[in-house]
Design a protein around this ligand. Structure first.
Ligand code: SF4
Length: 716
């Protein structure tokens, strides 16, 4: 490697693929292969490969914008920051601190997420902070905490996947959402393992499966219960494991036994023979895993749905054993770290509970404030957005584009317009930024240093490779400047390593303990898995080093420090008694089922060339050409009923609004379901249609199932 090569990580999804940046002839950077990072071993998808395009794009913002006479016009940084500070201060004075809202993003680095949470609670003194990660993996996080006492997306490295015996992928389309990860399941098959994919669509991932189960959207909870029923009925329960490592089995068992396979077949559309085959494939190997993604999680019963899959894993003795267990494939780039360090409504840094008095004392001491001044938990993301213009009067938003990505998006857009004051920090004029009173142009991934935590819980160092354009500042600069204008001169450094050092102390002793992790270690060890405490164990050892017998790269000894924890739960779970908890769950329908007026189910998702709301990827020519707009995927039988041919414009109508997009006709989807990707604004905005019915535990909206009517648009 030459001195001009900067090893770093992709700005997009939770895989956080390693890449090298090299100088480009135009003064920018080019992406080059980086084979030393074990998650992607040099492979990148089109999004990662083209990521530098946005650094020099003519559409990126390089000057603050302030609304004057109803239009956004360029302004200086002093004026822009003053306008934001005045807007927030006015709201606080007139309506109280909780009238100020803060909305973050799962793409922000750990340092930014930490500083944003601290800014909300120390400077604004508001409880009203949450982030778009609530829409991503919150149901899996809630179910993981409920069952294991701890949420870390994957409690084992991805490298374990090819070495297990069977993987059930539930509601994950790896081939499109994180293509380099597909090799883990193809290697699994090459090694003799089997793959089961649960998805209402025969996706490119499902095409790889040995068994594809295609349940009706919103019924995977029943599917898992049916499998658990058969596990018990066929005598496949791991009695010894259940006795020694779990609690609550009898109640969970009784709930599953109430779901007869024939009943489950009627609910899900998955036949009893298919259920039996899945149980046999999952139970026969010594090791097996269930990996969930947004399919089961983005439901109004997402926590219980994930809980049902965890119960299946526990009954068969999988979690906390080598090469086995349950994991969640988190989606956003720092979806994992973003939820650990304080931008979530109910969390303090270190994944501590905001309601825990000891956690409040610890974090308040690090922050140099009285714990009594720390606000309590606030509203979840959708509830916060829904309260805009009523209880929430001003909003500071970083790294998110809810006009496209929030459920019931037209309503959210109208709520944003009704705010007294809106400030947005972004790299482009997103659909949400276009509504703001002040827009701040901020640095991008290759122009700043910072850490992220990928879906495995592996903390990574992203390095600065470029000087940002003139006129652009980092989010940390923004928070530093605003804090000073609002009367807090200290505590908001602009140097990311300084922020990380404070984050280490704030996280010490918490579930997500980063205190033993330093920038130096991240650089030398190519990432470190949390928890990684700094303090030594009572015998002078480096604490609990539950790294497993053959810990992979990233779990190195680190020169006598704690090595980090690639594999969790091998000895005990993170509950008080060390046992995993079964939680009894039962099937219930989606919040909105089809009826005569809205007879079809809509499910939503992603395409390979776009990322989330598309704010970045829609502005990259190559990606835009590959995926220029939305579509409505439908079965030929539904298309025939509508009289629609492939490419015909169709209108999809739900109780919340309508969207128009071309039909894409394929037998790869159930006849009772249509699918729309959600990356675009305008008349094809999928989230105009989606249902904000919330999971009672995780507060996750039901993106994955709502009732719609589909109509062919008649030519005029
Ligand atoms: Fe980036 Fe994800 Fe693509 Fe890897 S899979 S290159 S992290 S977008």
């Amino acid at each position: 490697m030459t001195a001009s090569v900067t090893p770093t990580h992709c700005p997009y999804c939770a895989l956080q693929c390693g890449m090298n940046l090299t100088p480009a002839p135009d003064g920018g950077v080019e992406v080059a292969e980086r084979a030393d990072f074990p998650v992607n071993r040099g492979a990148l998808c089109g999004k990662g490969r083209t990521a530098p395009a946005l650094l020099s794009s003519r559409v990126r913002l390089t000057s603050p914008l302030v609304r004057t006479g109803g239009v956004l016009v360029p302004a200086g940084w002093d004026e822009a920051l003053s306008r934001i500070a005045e807007g927030l201060a006015r709201t606080r004075a007139e309506h109280g601190p909780d009238a100020c809202g803060v909305f973050g993003g799962g793409g922000l680095t750990n340092e930014k997420a930490y500083a944003l949470g601290k800014f909300a609670r120390v400077v604004l003194r508001t409880s009203q902070i949450d982030y778009n990660g609530r829409f991503c993996m919150s149901s899996a996080a809630a179910a993981g905490v409920r069952a294991f006492g701890l949420d870390r997306g994957l409690p084992f490295p991805l490298e374990d996947v090819p070495r297990t015996g069977c993987v059930i992928l539930v509601g994950s389309n790896l081939a499109e959402t994180m293509p380099p990860a597909l090799r883990f399941v193809t290697e699994l098959k090459e090694n003799g393992g089997t793959l089961i994919v649960v998805d209402p669509r025969r996706t490119r991932t499902a095409e790889q499966a040995d068994l594809h189960l295609a349940p009706r959207p919103g019924t995977d909870l029943a599917l898992a219960l049916g499998m658990l029923h058969l596990v018990v009925a066929e005598g496949r329960t791991d009695e010894e494991y259940v006795r020694d490592r779990t609690s609550g089995w009898e109640e969970a068992r009784a709930a599953a036994m109430a779901h007869w396979p024939e009943h489950v077949e009627r609910i899900t559309g998955v036949s009893v023979p298919e259920l039996r085959a899945a149980v046999r494939m999952f139970c026969e190997p010594e090791n097996a895993m269930v990996l969930t993604a947004r399919g089961p999680e983005q439901q109004s019963k997402g926590t219980d749905t994930v809980g049902a899959w965890i119960n299946l894993c526990l009954a068969t003795g999988r979690p906390g054993r080598p090469l086995s267990g349950y994991g969640c494939l988190t989606g956003q780039g720092n979806g994992q770290g973003g939820r650990e360090h304080g931008q979530k409504a109910d969390q303090l840094p270190g994944y501590r509970k905001l309601t825990d008095p000891a956690a409040r004392r610890h974090v308040a001491e690090v922050w140099g404030v009285d714990p009594a001044t720390l606000p309590g938990p606030g509203r979840s993301a959708y509830e916060l957005l829904d309260a805009m213009g009523t209880d929430i009067r001003s909003l500071l938003l970083m790294g998110s584009n809810p006009v496209v990505s929030a459920p019931r998006a037209a309503h959210v857009e109208e709520r944003l317009r009704s705010l007294d004051f809106l400030a947005v920090a972004d790299v482009v004029l997103s659909e949400t930024a276009a509504l703001a009173d002040v827009v701040l142009p901020v640095t991008q991934w290759a122009e700043e240093t910072g850490t992220t935590t990928n879906l495995e819980g592996r903390v990574l160092l992203r390095r600065r490779a470029l000087t940002p354009p003139e006129g652009v500042r980092s989010d940390l600069d923004v928070l530093h400047g605003l804090a000073a204008l609002l009367g807090v001169e200290k505590g908001f450094p602009t140097d990311p390593e300084e922020v990380f050092e404070e984050l280490r102390r704030a996280s010490e002793g918490g579930p997500a303990d980063y205190s033993g992790i330093t920038y130096r270690r991240l650089a030398e060890e190519n990432g470190v898995f949390w928890p990684c405490p700094a303090r030594e164990g009572p015998d002078g050892s480096a604490g609990d080093t539950d790294a497993g017998p053959d810990a992979p790269a990233g779990g190195g000894s680190g020169g006598g420090h704690h090595p980090g924890t690639p594999r969790l739960f091998l000895d005990r779970f993170a509950t008080e008694d060390g046992r995993a908890r079964f939680v009894p769950v039962s099937h219930r329908p989606a919040a909105e089922e089809p009826d005569d007026e809205y007879p079809v189910l809509l499910t939503t998702g992603r395409v390979v060339a776009q990322y989330q709301s598309g704010a970045q990827t829609r502005r990259v020519d190559e990606l835009n050409a590959a995926a220029p707009g939305p579509f409505v995927e439908m079965h030929p039988r539904l298309a025939a009923r509508l009289g629609a041919a492939d490419g015909d414009a169709v209108t999809v109508v739900s109780r919340r609004g309508r969207a128009v997009a071309p039909a894409r006709i394929t037998a790869a989807i159930r006849p009772d379901t249509v699918f729309m990707p959600f990356h675009w604004p305008g008349e094809g905005r999928t989230n105009t249609l989606t249902n904000p019915a919330l999971d009672p535990v995780s507060r996750m909206p039901e993106f994955k199932a709502c009732a719609v009517r589909v109509e062919r648009v008649e030519a005029v």
